[in-house]
Design a protein around this ligand. Structure first.
Ligand code: PLP
Length: 339
């Protein structure tokens, strides 16, 4: 009953097998190998477009490097007040941009509120030297509260940001979970909805440690800058083939979507148990693999006594995270504890 995080889950055996296969002999260094190329082709198939890709080993690196390439030090990045880039990255976006500001917006379930976005964009004055004008809007999908933006919701916010001259970044640490629950395609949930650059996560959904920075459309002109920044920041591993092998195996046969679907289904079952048997109140939509729930103290105590792991969250709720590896037996065990 480990619901502490999807990063607590093991890596999927298909990715381990791919690492073994990539380990069979020598290969070119620094991304000039066939596994990185296979990953790039797999991503182009998945997103139905040409793109540039840079592979890194953590979501923080993906977000901070991407934002560094997108935003000059003298400008700002709009994001939700609960965004991972604001609350959980120890200032990495500010550090990697060389001092750009994060400008925070409200919104339910960690989705940027459209009216607040409109007001903030209207107040933006790039010609007033004393301000720190806006350059990027960053959305997270899933959001940090486990909710999913639909393709239409991304498009609406992107169109507004773009009309004001901003670029759009998507933190897709749990993009697979968002796509799995949306029924939309990866393209519809990203570049067709106005996303220029995204961090596409795999670590939380079966990889050992692999995230892809994707550059779409005109943002592909940032590729050289991104590469240079990755090198300077120590994110150009010589044996990049092992990142490539993970990503290629993750995409092969739609494994990413299958794994995300499993995690999402487990979260749905868990949330139903909490509401039907434990007097739980779900506080954010369960659109993916995370459940945020208020529970009676006695239920929390029973779950803890039975060895379940989960974290207390903001505002008095608890966060339960399912992963591709969450077994039906684990959910059944919760059911038995709840009685
Ligand atoms: C929304 C979001 N973005 C990015 C990340 C990636 O962070 P890390 O640097 O731990 O891989 C996380 C991890 O919890 C996350 O929840």
């Amino acid at each position: 009953m480990n619901f502490s995080s999807d990063t607590a889950a093991p890596a999927h055996p298909a990715l381990l097998a791919a690492l073994n296969e990539a380990n069979a002999g020598p290969a070119p260094s620094y991304g000039a190998d066939r596994w990185v190329e296979a990953a790039r082709r797999g991503l182009e198939d998945m997103f139905e477009t040409e793109l540039d890709v840079w592979l890194v080993s953590s979501g923080t690196a993906a977000n901070a490097l991407a934002l560094g390439a997108m935003c000059p030090p003298t400008m700002s990045i709009l994001c939700h007040a609960e965004a991972h880039i604001e609350r959980d990255e120890r200032g990495a976006p500010e550090f990697f941009t060389g001092g750009a500001k994060l400008s925070l917006l409200p919104g339910d379930h960690a989705k940027i509120d459209v009216a607040a976005l409109k007001a903030r964009l209207a107040a933006n004055n790039p010609d007033f030297v004393h301000e720190t004008p806006l350059r990027v809007m960053s959305l997270s999908n899933l959001t940090e509260n486990g909710a999913a933006y639909s393709a239409a919701e991304i498009s609406e916010r992107s169109a507004m940001a773009k009309a004001a001259g901003l670029l759009v970044h998507l933190d897709g640490a749990r993009f697979a979970n968002a796509v799995a629950s949306s029924g939309a395609s990866p393209a519809e949930m990203s570049w067709r909805a106005g996303v220029d650059v995204m961090s596409f996560g795999a670590t939380k959904n079966g990889a050992l440690g692999c995230e892809a920075i994707l550059l779409f459309g005109e943002a592909r002109s940032l590729a050289e800058e991104l590469r240079a920044r990755a090198k300077r920041a120590g994110h150009m591993p010589p044996k990049m083939r092992f990142l490539g092998a993970q990503m290629a195996a993750y995409l092969e046969g739609g494994l990413w979507l299958d794994l995300a679907g499993r995690a999402n289904a487990a979260a749905k079952r868990l949330s139903e148990l909490f509401t039907s048997r434990a007097g739980g109140r779900i506080v954010h939509p369960v659109d993916g693999n995370e459940v945020f729930v208020e529970l009676p103290d006695a239920v929390v105590a029973k779950l803890k006594a039975a060895g379940a792991s989960f974290y207390p969250w903001l505002g008095g709720s608890f966060r339960f995270v399912c992963s591709w590896a969450t077994g039906a037996d684990e959910i059944d065990a919760v059911g038995r504890v709840l009685g």
